[in-house]
Design a protein around this ligand. Structure first.
Ligand code: 13P
Length: 336
C-alpha cells in the first residue's frame, strides 16, 4: 500500500465532525465493565453487546471507525453477517487493537511496558485479511513520586515505533497511544510536564524507525489534574494546557489527533474536546476515540434489560457519537 493510501485512510478517520469509538476491551477488561453492571462475561453477551453498538442506527453520521478486539473482529451479528461487513456497509472503518497489554517493567517497580511485538508481522497480515484498515497500540504511563522514569518512557515508545512501522508495512494506519494515566494526586502542571516528555520522546522514536507521520494517528490523553488532586483544573485550563502541550510536541504533518476518555465523565470528555476546538484552528483535527465516555450510558441501559432496552441503548450510543462529533467541530452545546 502506498503512503497516499495510508494518508487517505488516516484522513478519513478524523473527517470533520467524526471520530472513533473504542470497543476493543480485552476479555479481562470487558469483564470489569460487565461486572460493574451485573452482566455475565460470556462470549454471547460480548457478541450481543458489540452488535448493539456496531448496528446502532445513525452511528456512522459521527463515527468514522471502530476499534475492535481480536475476538470481535471475527464475530458476526445474530443474523450471521460478519461485523466487518456490517461496518463496511455503514461506512465505518474497522480497526483492531494489536497490543497484548502492559506488563511490569523489570527493574522499575510500579512501571509497565506494553508487550505484543513477537509475531506481530503475521498477526497484522491476518487482520488485514479480515478487513482491518487501522490498528491501535496503547502504552501506559503512571505518574507517581519517582515515575515515570526515562527508561519506562523510552521502552514504551520504542515498542510503539516498532509497532507503527510494522503496521505501515502491512498497509494499516497505526494509532499510537501513549496514555498518561489520571490516577494520582499530582496537579495539572505535573501532568503537562510528563505528557510533554512522553510525546517528545515518542516522535523522536517514530522518526528513528522511519514511520511516515502522514499515515499515522496520535491517540493522546488530555492534560488534566490527577484524579485525587485537591485542586481540579477547569474545562478552559484543561483545553488550553492540552493544546499547548500538543503544539509543543506534535509535528503539524500528522493527519490527526484523537483523545481517549481515561475515566472522565461523559460530559467532561465532550466539554474538554469542545473547548479545545473552540480555541482553534489547530495544525491537526482534534477528535475523539472514546471507550467509556462513548459506551457507559448505553451499557447501563442494556444491562438493566437486554431485550426491552436494546433500541434505547442504541439511541444512547448514537447520541453520544453526535455530541462528540459536534465537540470535534467546537459546536457542542451542553443540554439545558
Ligand atoms: P477510554 O476512552 O475508556 O479511556 O478508552 C479508550 C481506549 O481505547 C484506551 O486505549
Amino acid at each position: 500500500m502506498s503512503i497516499e493510501q495510508l494518508e487517505s485512510i488516516a484522513q478519513a478517520m478524523v473527517a470533520p465532525g467524526k471520530g472513533i469509538i473504542a470497543i476493543d476491551e480485552s476479555t479481562g477488561t470487558i469483564r470489569k465493565r460487565f461486572e460493574a453492571v451485573g452482566v455475565d462475561n460470556t462470549e454471547e453477551n460480548r457478541r450481543a453487546y458489540r452488535e448493539l453498538l456496531l448496528t446502532a442506527p445513525g452511528l456512522s453520521d459521527h463515527i468514522a471507525g471502530a476499534i475492535l478486539y481480536d475476538e470481535t473482529i471475527r464475530q458476526s451479528t445474530r443474523a450471521g453477517k460478519p461485523f466487518t461487513e456490517v461496518m463496511r456497509a455503514a461506512g465505518i472503518l474497522p480497526g483492531i487493537k494489536v497490543d497484548m497489554g502492559p506488563q511490569p517493567l523489570a527493574g522499575f517497580p510500579g512501571e509497565v511496558v506494553t508487550e505484543g511485538l513477537d509475531g506481530l508481522r503475521q498477526r497484522l497480515a491476518d487482520y488485514t485479511r479480515l478487513g482491518a484498515r487501522f490498528a491501535k497500540w496503547r502504552a501506559v504511563i503512571h505518574i507517581g513520586e519517582d515515575t515515570p522514569s526515562s527508561t519506562c518512557i523510552e521502552a514504551n515508545n520504542h515498542a510503539l515505533a516498532r509497532y507503527a512501522a510494522l503496521c505501515q508495512e502491512a498497509g494499516l494506519v497505526p494509532i499510537v497511544e501513549p496514555e498518561v494515566l489520571m490516577d494520582g494526586d499530582h496537579d495539572i502542571e505535573v501532568c503537562y510536564e510528563v505528557t510533554e516528555a512522553v510525546l517528545r520522546s515518542l516522535f523522536a522514536s517514530l522518526y528513528e524507525h522511519n514511520v511516515m507521520l502522514e499515515g499515522a494517528i496520535l491517540k493522546a490523553s488530555m492534560v488534566v489534574s490527577g484524579k485525587d488532586c485537591a485542586e481540579q483544573a477547569g474545562v478552559e485550563e484543561v483545553a488550553e494546557s492540552t493544546v499547548r502541550c500538543l503544539k509543543a510536541t506534535v509535528p503539524a504533518l500528522l493527519p490527526g489527533i484523537v483523545f481517549l476518555s481515561g475515566g472522565q465523565s461523559d460530559e467532561q470528555a465532550t466539554a474538554h474536546l469542545n473547548a479545545m476546538n473552540q480555541i482553534g484552528p489547530h495544525p491537526w483535527p482534534l477528535s475523539f476515540s472514546y471507550g467509556r465516555a462513548m459506551q457507559q450510558a448505553a451499557l447501563q441501559l442494556w444491562a438493566r434489560d437486554m431485550r426491552a432496552n436494546w433500541v434505547e441503548a442504541q439511541k444512547t450510543v448514537a447520541q453520544r457519537a453526535r455530541e462528540n462529533g459536534m465537540a470535534a467541530l467546537g459546536q457542542w452545546r451542553p443540554a439545558a
